[in-house]
Design a protein around this ligand. Structure first.
Ligand SMILES: [Zn+2]
Length: 500
């Protein structure tokens, strides 16, 4: 090994050793983006070689073979063969064999004393079949992934080694801190969910619209600080529209996806780092390299997948000279839906059982909250906005609402009823509420200002979101809203009476 291992890499190695000594044969190592997973992989291979063991190292795409071989070479591991049609490094006698899962499925399996499955969240039935064969039962299979949260992985791996969390690596200075803004809230009404994530065609219909595209570019101009930026789009058409729009406003923009060949990708990377290209739009999130100096991410691809979200933000967490942080402009409500990447954590592998596990998981992630003043997403538990300093009025201090205090969370933080509603009600509920207020205002001759104040009283923040502003008055006012307004009028009348 040429690199000296960092403390968290040494710890990961030692925990892997403990796991194997303890009799486990299927350990999974979770190493977040920026952990130095390739160095860890090289250290595992190096350790096996020192014991005279043969290693098969499997990657999930042909395009990853050469960079894996390069990273081994950089660490002084040269006795490497590649299993791939016509590859110049084909040599079955070498003790380390690097192969893609696609090729391996069609070949005879090479003999090995250790198998490493890289990017193991990209799971193939082939792996399951291989691991299940009796002659391989005693051979260690080590999984590596930044996000080993694929459904059912717990059925194949018997140990989860969380080598370090993203939050820890940020604290230790190995990863860049980040700030998330939620400048827009897309309307995903009617978008179907397929296999755990939004249907791509439906998403495209909902998101790939000229006004939303224009808003993305405009917001970037306002909040993006002219930074080197990576944009995540829904699909190729959406990516093209975004790239066109950025270009039209004079921003040098390039497009990269899974089909961009490695030479062109490298050219774009060089131009990006030289400042000749400022914005790169992409869709193939799982393959984009982590070694780009990205300082702003525009996330315009709504997702329900924690893996997609965490991997995407990971593309911008690399540290670099002069880089204070990463700015994330989340146009997808993903942070509000899934949580900040630093708050998404699982201490067990998913067993793939049907039932409550998914719901429990979703509930266990504390969600950030949008600053009503600047759209910054405040990490859970923060009251004052660290971005603009705005502190929402504490509802207990004003003579409105029902004044009820609710205990939530373990830290004993207290939320007013309004704050609690604002957290728990989803957008359809909020829109329906303001629609009824608007109807009531029309019927009773109350002003638009009254609507805004009433909304703020109920939810603790102004109805600044476009969805609320644009909402048409409802056909009628329900009894719940009507009685809430009555109670509010009575409270006001009493308060005025006392004042008089
Ligand atoms: Zn703010």
């Amino acid at each position: 090994m040429n690199s000296e291992l960092r403390p968290h890499q040494i710890e990961a190695m030692s925990r892997l050793r403990q796991s194997l000594v303890g009799g486990r044969r299927r350990p999974m190592i979770q190493a977040p983006t920026g952990f130095g997973k390739t160095i860890l992989a090289a250290a595992i291979v190096d350790g096996a070689l020192r014991k005279g063991n043969r290693v098969t190292f499997v990657v999930p795409a042909l395009s990853l073979i050469d960079q894996t071989v390069q990273s081994f070479w950089a660490e002084g591991i040269r006795d490497v063969g590649v299993i791939q049609a016509n590859h110049e490094m084909t040599n079955a006698s070498r003790p380390v064999q690097v192969a893609s899962v696609q090729t391996l499925q069609r070949r005879e399996l090479p003999e090995a004393d250790v198998v490493v499955i890289d990017e193991a969240h990209r799971w193939y039935q082939f792996y399951a079949d291989w691991m299940a064969r009796p002659e391989w039962s005693a051979v260690p299979f080590v999984g590596l992934s930044a996000t080993p949260w694929t459904k059912g992985l717990g059925r194949y791996f018997d140990d989860l080694i969380v080598a370090a969390t993203t939050a820890k690596l940020i604290d230790a200075g190995y990863l860049s801190p980040f700030r998330v803004f939620a400048p827009a809230h897309p309307d995903l009404t009617g978008v179907r969910t397929v296999a755990g994530d939004y249907h791509e065609g439906d998403l495209s219909d909902a998101i790939d619209k000229p006004d939303l595209t224009a808003d993305i570019v405009e917001t970037w101009r306002k909040l993006g600080e002219d930074r080197p930026t990576l944009v995540f789009a829904v699909d190729r058409a959406h990516a093209r529209h975004l790239a066109e729009r950025f270009s039209e406003t004079g921003v040098a923009t390039a497009y990269v996806d899974a089909f961009t060949d490695s030479e062109e990708r490298e050219t774009i990377r060089r131009r990006f780092h030289a400042g000749d290209v400022q914005v790169v739009v992409n869709i193939a999130t799982m393959i984009f390299g982590v070694d780009w100096d990205v300082r702003c991410i525009v996330f315009a691809r709504p997702t329900k997948s924690e893996m997609l979200w965490v991997q995407a933000i990971g593309r911008g967490l690399r540290t670099a000279p002069g880089k204070a942080d990463l700015i994330v402009l989340d146009h997808s409500d993903t942070a509000l839906r899934l949580g900040l990447p630093t708050d998404i954590q699982h201490d067990r592998l998913n067993e793939g059982r049907k039932g409550s596990s998914k719901c429990e998981r979703e509930r266990s992630v504390p969600l950030p909250k949008e600053c009503p003043s600047c759209t910054f997403l405040k990490p859970p538990g923060l009251h004052t906005c660290p971005s603009c300093g705005f502190a929402p009025e504490r509802r207990t201090e004003v003579a409105t609402g029902d004044g009820e205090l609710v205990e939530i969370g373990k830290r004993g933080s207290k939320l007013s009823a309004a704050e609690r509603r604002n957290r728990t009600d989803d957008w359809s509920v909020k829109v329906s509420f303001i629609q009824q207020l608007k109807r009531y205002a029309q019927d009773k001759g109350r002003s638009p200002g009254w609507v805004a104040h009433a909304y703020r009283e109920y939810y603790g923040c102004w109805p600044n979101d476009r969805r609320l502003k644009d909402a048409e008055p409802a056909a009628g006012v329900g009894e719940v809203v009507r009685s809430w307004i009555r109670a509010k009028d009575i409270r006001y009348a009493k308060a005025r009476g006392r004042a008089a």
